[in-house]
Design a protein around this ligand. Structure first.
Ligand SMILES: [Zn+2]
Length: 73
């Protein structure tokens, strides 16, 4: 994930009234110089869902390995 400058965006916290404390990814040059208007919400929900699918995959792998282990034993 890179912004219009080809730089990695940094995690910021919104100070806007309508979304206070909400985290988002913004251009590194935000409020410093010309920004490229890169903007993406960094919702914990999205990360959580991703994490959940990872965990589900790991659990499946463990189950498969346990079954194989039984076969070996
Ligand atoms: Zn940028």
């Amino acid at each position: 994930m890179v912004c219009g400058h080809g730089e990695r965006p940094i995690l910021r916290t919104s100070t806007k009234k309508d979304n206070p404390g909400r985290r988002f990814w913004g251009c590194v040059y935000y409020e410093v110089q010309d920004t490229c208007d890169f903007f993406r919400w960094a919702d914990p929900e999205t990360g959580g869902a991703l994490q959940d699918s990872k965990i589900a995959r790991c659990r499946k792998k463990i189950t498969t390995l346990k079954t194989r282990l039984k076969d070996v034993e």
